[in-house]
Design a protein around this ligand. Structure first.
Ligand SMILES: NC(=O)c1ccc[n+]([C@@H]2O[C@H](COP(=O)([O-])OP(=O)(O)OC[C@H]3O[C@@H](n4cnc5c(N)ncnc54)[C@H](O)[C@@H]3O)[C@@H](O)[C@H]2O)c1
Length: 261
């Protein structure tokens, strides 16, 4: 039986890099995408089976390149079985100090980039009557917190889109796994945009003390291989989803006191 193929965006660092290494270790063939070719080559070289990995540089805002990227991806191994949508950027700024350009940028990268790549790959999944979209959103894809207005909105939007896709294509054997991490020790806050579009360049304390990307990748592997519908990954913060569901008034009050920056 041929090895399964997973295509991972945002594979040049953090969660995506750790996931690429985990899936390679588990015997998957891996297609690594992000913007920086040299970083993708480094990750490929550090995977368990570099010969079963391919790099495919891709910018999530360059949606007009996606048809070609899908053709190239399918040319590598003849198929894609799992698309792990992981690439994205975060934000650290109050709504009142955030320009609309920054709001749009968050949506372009996190939402429209992911949606466009999905639409380009979907015909392949429909043709073979199988495939899985695994989507890294966030706990703030389930609730909003201060300093992350458009980041949170972009991740919420992904839940709406992919829950719909799951329902529309259930009969064609297309699975959707929504992955909602909490605080993971990566450069996500360092790379986050501020209100004027500049890069924050600082490590948040929550991320600095968060779960390791390797542990997160273990949980992602488990969620994907078991075809779970939705998972929450992280420390105590993942229970906020439950608190919101069971005690919405209390949760809204707690959020007004949140010290998240
Ligand atoms: N680290 C956390 O605490 C945390 C929590 C919840 C969700 N997430 C999500 O996890 C995913 C991975 O983030 P991370 O924590 O590993 O941070 P990271 O900054 O290390 O990784 C982000 C990845 O996305 C890629 N990327 C960014 N903009 C891109 C673009 N325009 N085109 C192509 N690739 C692009 C980067 O090159 C990088 O590979 C993101 O979607 C992020 O929102 C992270």
């Amino acid at each position: 039986m041929s090895k399964s193929v997973i295509w991972i965006t945002g594979a040049s660092s953090g969660i995506g890099e750790a996931a690429a290494k985990k899936f390679s270790k588990e015997g998957y063939r891996v297609i690594l995408s992000a913007r920086k070719e040299n970083e993708l080559s480094r990750v490929q070289g550090e995977c368990a089976s570099p010969e079963d990995c391919r790099i495919l540089p891709l910018d999530l805002v360059a949606i007009d390149t996606f048809e070609e990227k899908v053709k190239t991806a399918l040319g590598f191994f003849g198929q894609v079985d799992v698309m792990l949508h992981n690439g994205g950027i975060s934000q650290r700024s109050l709504i009142k100090e955030t320009s609309l350009e920054v709001d749009r940028k968050l949506m372009e990268v996190n939402f429209f980039g992911t949606v466009a790549l999905t639409k380009a790959l979907l015909p392949h999944f429909l043709k073979k009557k199988s495939g899985q979209f695994a989507v890294v959103t966030s706990l703030v894809g389930k609730f909003g917190t201060p300093f992350r207005s458009s980041y949170s909105a972009s991740k919420h939007a992904l839940h709406g889109f992919f829950e719909t896709l799951r329902a529309e294509h259930f009969k064609e054997n297309i699975a959707v796994t929504m992955i909602c991490p909490g605080f993971i020790r990566t450069q996500v806050s360092v790379n986050a945009l501020t209100g004027d579009g500049s890069v924050l360049g600082e490590m948040d304390q929550a991320q600095a003390h968060g779960m390791s990307p390797e542990r997160c990748a273990e949980d992602i592997y488990d969620a994907i291989t078991r075809k779970k519908l939705e998972v929450y990954i992280g420390g105590k913060e993942k229970y906020y989803v439950l608190v919101k569901r069971l005690f919405p008034d209390l949760f809204a009050k707690l959020l007004t006191k949140a010290k998240v920056r």
